[in-house]
Design a protein around this ligand. Structure first.
Ligand code: PHE
Length: 360
């Protein structure tokens, strides 16, 4: 019995002092392996009398179970400790700000979209969306642009390829955000107040035109919404956007098939070198197209034109970004040149709000 106690002390101490799984395995083999001390003791049972066998065998089995349990517990403990160590080692504070040299920037177009959306949200406009691949009914017909209308050519439309057997109505890359007027009214009816920022496409490319560019559509329909409301909304927008006290807008009679009357809007400004100053000077710069929504457009979208009326406008976002942030060439917007993005981009944490400031 003394021998068993000794074995017990020896192996349990060994187990508790083992530093790693290899040491533990050595102890297991020494005790419980085929030629291990406990296993050899088991063999001795054969030569014992039945009484001895019973007491000694029982004690031996108990000891074996005890060492086995200690080995298992220790193995688990070593495993947990190793995991803890690894977790500590690989610990990462995800709340830390990004390292400055690795930080991406917000593209000026995204920044301006956010700024414009913040301003109109403050005036109660919700954001609406529509597809960039648009059917020609939404892009043209519903907006009172008949098939033979010159606007279809003026817009330099990209048509989607169709196989000869394909009988679905033709689709185009939307040439403006105005089809979202129709979709929003079809979905929500009147009254309605929405803006729709997004990409638009025309076959055009030079220093101030890209085949893909961005617009923001505005639409406000109510019982008695008038040109006066349009003027106020646009003035408020320009003051907020250009961050100046006063702006002067000039409404120039124009023509769009989907508005009547129609007006292009110019803003008073001056140029100092490449830098634009808004609200003063002798220059005028065109910033958007607008007008009262044509009754035919309301009807096409399922809105009763005898009851409802309102205004719409379309602003070129890239243009606004160039003007506000003094960016000379439009094409650079879409070249993904990292040096350009670092220079003209905005910090991701600075989200434009009316109360916190649009651009810091
Ligand atoms: N869709 C017109 C364009 O792309 C702009 C516009 C929108 C004009 C809404 C009037 C009303 O040129």
């Amino acid at each position: 019995m003394d021998a068993l106690d000794q074995l017990k002390t020896k192996y349990l101490t060994g187990v508790s002092e083992a530093k790693d799984e290899t040491a533990l395995e050595e102890i297991r083999l020494a005790a419980l392996g085929k030629k291990g001390e406990i296993s050899l003791k088991m063999r001795e049972l054969g030569q014992m009398s039945p009484e001895e066998k019973q007491t000694f065998g029982k004690a031996l089995n108990l000891l074996k179970a005890e060492i086995d349990a200690a080995l298992r517990d220790k193995k688990q403990a070593l495993h947990d400790a190793a995991l803890d160590l690894r977790l500590k080692d690989e610990w990462l504070d995800v709340t830390l700000p990004a390292r400055p040299q690795r930080q991406g920037t917000i593209h000026p177009v995204s920044q301006v979209m956010d700024e414009v959306s913040a301003i109109f949200a403050d005036m109660g406009f919700a954001v609406a969306e529509g597809p960039q691949v648009e059917d020609d009914w939404h892009n043209f017909d519903s907006l009172n642009i008949a098939p033979e209308h010159p606007a279809r050519q003026e817009h330099d439309t990209f048509f989607m390829h169709r196989s000869a057997e394909d009988t679905r109505p033709p689709h185009v890359l939307r040439t403006h955000t105005s089809p979202v007027q129709i979709r929003a009214m079809q979905e929500k009816g009147a009254p309605i107040r929405v803006i729709a920022p997004g990409r638009v496409y025309r076959m055009d490319m030079d220093q101030t035109h890209a085949p893909m560019f961005h617009q923001i559509e505005g639409l406000a329909i109510g019982r008695d919404i008038s040109m006066a409301n349009l003027k106020w909304v646009l003035e408020e927008f320009c003051k907020a956007f250009f961050e100046v006290e006063n702006v002067e807008l000039r409404f120039r009679a124009s023509h769009f098939p989907f508005t009547e009357p129609s007006a292009e809007v110019d803003i008073r400004c001056s140029w100092q070198g490449k830098q634009l100053k808004v609200g003063e000077g002798d220059d005028w710069m065109e910033i958007l197209g607008s007008g009262m929504v044509h009754p035919k457009v309301l009807e096409a979208a399922g809105v009763d034109s005898a009851k409802w009326q309102g205004f719409a406008f379309g602003i070129g976002i890239d243009r606004l970004a160039m003007l506000k942030y003094g960016i000379p060439d439009l094409r650079a917007f879409f070249e993904s040149d990292l040096r350009w993005l670092r220079n003209y981009g905005f910090k991701p944490q600075d989200i434009p709000t009316i109360f916190g400031g649009l651009s810091q």
